[in-house]
Design a binder for this molecule. Structure first.
Ligand SMILES: [Zn+2]
Length: 293
């Protein structure tokens, strides 16, 4: 398993970054952009691992790959924040660290996961560091879009744009990493609309519920199952009917009454319209169509 395996549906990005690891198109400042859940931070960290990799490939097996992914590599600093902004003092610390020679033989890598939260003065401090790079320092900045980063910084970075992964790629990933069935993976992939974290949580949640249900069934608790077999009127479970995607179907081997309820909570959150409609009987035909689609 290589460091790239955690990136979902980003073949072009992986190809570009792999070439850079091999010395083609390498530069000292990169900007990773992509919608929430597309894995822009994961891409930056995978790139950092590949750059430090003892095999120079991102093998995923060597000590360097492991420690970068685990967040304990001495030459990879990863900046994340829960705060609304990253101030100039934080960046000055970072710039000082960036100027140090790496402990190992390769790069000193600074990953700034929320570059869109840099204050103006923090940006200026960072800009100076990026304008006058030390030979072995690499900056990996992450932001939702390139417009979220000051133009002067953006123009000095090589841009890596991640796209929202396709449902089929998310589903493959879930089957591979979570060990869930293809039908459940496909359902979770579509319900999460390309957000990897949400898809994963959904698949895990469903899988846990399925296992619990299997145990109950084994113990003879068949009643609990029967209550779920009738989708209630106004219940969003109808949205998972076979007519919706074609590739999913009603999960014949996995009656998921409770699970569907939980997952439709997620679907509902992203589709406020659905809930609004449930509350009102005067919905338009168009809305009804979208709900039973
Ligand atoms: Zn490696």
């Amino acid at each position: 398993m290589t460091v790239w395996d955690g990136l979902v549906g980003q073949r072009a990005v992986i190809a570009t970054l792999s070439r850079a690891v091999g010395g083609h198109g390498m530069t000292h400042a990169w900007l990773f952009t992509g919608p929430p859940g597309s894995g822009r931070s994961n891409a930056a960290v995978a790139f950092a691992a590949a750059l430090q990799c003892e095999q120079r490939s991102g093998c995923g097996e060597c000590h360097a790959c492991h420690t970068v992914l685990a967040g304990s590599h001495a030459d990879v600093v990863r900046v994340r924040t829960e705060k609304l902004s990253i101030g100039v003092d934080d960046v000055r610390d970072l710039v000082r660290k960036a100027a140090l020679a790496p402990v190992g033989a390769r790069w000193q890598i600074m990953v700034v996961e929320d570059a869109d939260r840099l204050t103006d003065s923090a940006c200026n401090a960072l800009l100076k560091a990026i304008e006058e790079p030390t030979e072995r320092t690499v900056w990996l900045l992450c932001a939702p879009t390139s417009e979220d980063v000051l133009g002067t910084i953006r123009s000095r970075c090589r841009s890596i744009a991640l796209s929202t992964p396709a449902p089929v790629d998310v589903a493959d990933f879930l089957v591979r990493t979570e060990g869930v069935s293809e039908s459940l993976a496909s359902y979770a992939a579509r319900a999460s609309q390309g957000h990897i974290g949400r898809a994963r949580a959904l698949a895990r949640d469903e899988a846990t519920r399925n296992r619990r249900r299997e145990r109950h069934r084994g113990a003879g608790a068949t009643r609990a199952r029967r209550t779920g077999e009738q989708p209630g009127v106004g219940h969003p479970v109808a949205a998972h009917g076979p007519a919706q995607g074609g590739d999913h179907g009603p999960l014949p081997d996995q009656p998921l009454p409770d699970g569907h309820r939980a997952s439709s909570r997620l679907a509902r959150a992203s589709r406020g319209r659905t809930r609004a409609r449930t509350a009102s009987t005067r919905s338009s035909t168009g809305r009804r169509a979208s709900r039973t689609r």
